[in-house]
Design a protein around this ligand. Structure first.
Ligand code: UDP
Length: 239
């Protein structure tokens, strides 16, 4: 990874679990605040920040469908979960002085703007933090795919994918103590090796539009700041 962070507009992809204590669900306001503080550091360095938030801490459509729910209904519930998380992040960001806009792919006038690409880009130009909620608005997709889509639409130069591990490994580091972390890997290889870093739709979209992804550990305090200051952490996925 280059020693200087070369990007001026980033898309931060947060999984829902980054708002919950390890192994738990729900929303821990302290964790949300810590994420907001890291976003503020990026914004203060002049970086435009767009955020796509997941909903796994509330509900995953696939899991609910396995338990017997209709898949599309469960997915819509999952998307609504991402709106709850987006509002939590907006609240935390505004508490620390950031100006934010939540744009939802599912119309919800009372709590969020609808997703309008040109409006989102204008917000970013004005250094507002834009939080994309409601996923793509379609069932059978994920918020990783949403991140790839929105990053492409609003011209983000990179996706920072925040996870609970510090990069991409050749096997599950929680199960295999000898698992090796890749410093760099190509889109093609990550698709071929079926590494569970991002779903194939998201990876394919990033590959097609040449948007690199940096996978890093958001649970380690200050990691986002370290990343934008050029620290050699995480894994870079690129062409
Ligand atoms: N979801 C969906 N379409 C989308 C994005 C999300 O149906 O475009 C649903 C899907 O059920 C998913 C849930 O919302 O399981 C939460 O999103 P995701 O699993 O991507 O959240 P994360 O794992 O990042 O917390």
């Amino acid at each position: 990874m280059s020693s200087r962070f070369p990007y001026t507009r980033i898309l931060l992809k947060l999984s829902g679990e980054s708002f919950a204590k390890r192994g738990e669900g729900g929303i821990d306001p302290d964790l949300v605040l810590k994420v907001a503080e890291q976003i503020r550091i990026c914004a203060r360095q002049g970086i435009n920040v767009a955020v796509v938030i997941g909903g796994g801490n509330i509900l995953r459509g696939g899991t609910a469908a396995e338990a017997g729910m209709d898949r599309a209904t469960a997915d819509y519930m999952g998307m609504l979960g991402t709106v709850i998380n987006a509002l939590a992040l907006q609240d935390a960001c505004e508490k620390i002085g950031l100006i934010t806009r939540v744009q939802s792919a599912i119309e919800m006038k009372a709590v969020a703007e609808g997703y309008i690409r040109r409006k989102a880009m204008r917000h970013l130009e004005k250094n507002r933090i834009v939080i994309f909620a409601g996923g793509t608005g379609n069932p059978y997709f994920t918020t990783d795919t949403t991140a790839a889509l929105r990053a492409t639409e609003v011209s983000c130069q990179v996706i920072l994918k925040a996870t609970k591990v510090d990069g991409v490994y050749d096997s599950d580091p929680f199960k295999n103590p000898d698992a090796k972390r890749f410093k760099k890997i190509s889109f093609f290889e990550s698709l071929q090796k079926q590494l569970k870093v991002m779903d194939a739709t998201a990876l394919a979209l990033c590959m097609e539009n040449n948007i690199p992804i940096i996978v890093f550990d958001i649970f380690k305090e200050g990691n986002l700041e370290r990343l934008i200051n050029g620290a050699d952490i995480g894994t870079l996925i690129s062409s």
